[in-house]
Design a protein around this ligand. Structure first.
Ligand code: CA
Length: 218
């Protein structure tokens, strides 16, 4: 059964979402402050996190930032009361996979939960191997032979995309959507910068540029 962690301090909302998720066949655990949210999210017992921005103890952005240090691929959807573009960008920048603005319809939330669950790697603890390079999502490291290389959350997320779609051309927009979440105008530039740093860490020939189309794992 799919396990969802819901971090939300407004009882009215958490009760409504929990009821809906249970009816849709999910296991749903509710926490109401940021410290609990972080602790639970890091337990490895959840398949997806619904994370409110305005939480007591630690706000949702801080929880997300901390969580991404140890769990770069766990799907996180931010719940924000604010329509503010800065809030949305802030969440996506810190590694949220998606966001939903309150008030929302439960069906929309459910659709996003399902979408994000479909996109996740089948087994997030799995090692992905291509040629001499291995990616380990537990340690969020790449290995070339026995040499461990630390990657940032973004670098790791992009590397996972390439490793899961070998020999396929991935457009900057696709890569941006998968690793950053939806929406921004500077996607191509941001993707280019992370690819440059991946090349410098993992080898200049690992990811090739396909002119006018995107990038491909070599
Ligand atoms: Ca709140």
């Amino acid at each position: 059964m799919t396990r969802v962690l819901l971090a939300e301090d407004e009882v009215r909302i958490s009760a409504f979402v929990q009821r809906g998720l249970r009816a849709a066949g999910f296991l749903c655990t509710v926490v109401s402050d940021g410290a609990d949210a972080l602790h639970q999210a890091q337990s490895g017992q959840f398949d997806l996190v619904l994370l409110d921005v305005g939480l007591p103890e630690l706000d949702g952005f801080t929880v997300l930032e901390e969580l991404r240090r140890t769990h770069p691929v766990l799907p996180v959807i931010m719940l924000t009361a604010r329509q503010s573009a800065t809030d949305i960008v802030k969440g996506l920048d810190r590694g949220a996979n998606d966001y939903i603005t309150k008030p929302f319809k439960f069906d929309e939330l459910l659709a996003r939960v399902r979408l994000r669950l479909r996109e996740r790697p089948a087994d997030p603890s799995l090692e992905l191997c291509r040629g001499r390079v291995r990616l380990n999502s537990v340690s969020r490291r790449a290995f070339i032979g026995e040499t461990a290389i630390d990657l940032s959350a973004r670098e790791f997320a992009l590397a996972v995309e390439f490793f899961q779609h070998p020999a396929q051309v991935l457009t900057p927009t696709q890569l941006f959507d998968r690793a950053w979440g939806r929406g921004s105008d500077s996607s191509a530039k941001a993707v280019g910068a992370v690819i440059a740093s991946l090349r410098s860490k993992l080898g200049p020939d690992l990811i090739e540029t396909v002119r006018g189309a995107g990038y491909r794992l070599n």
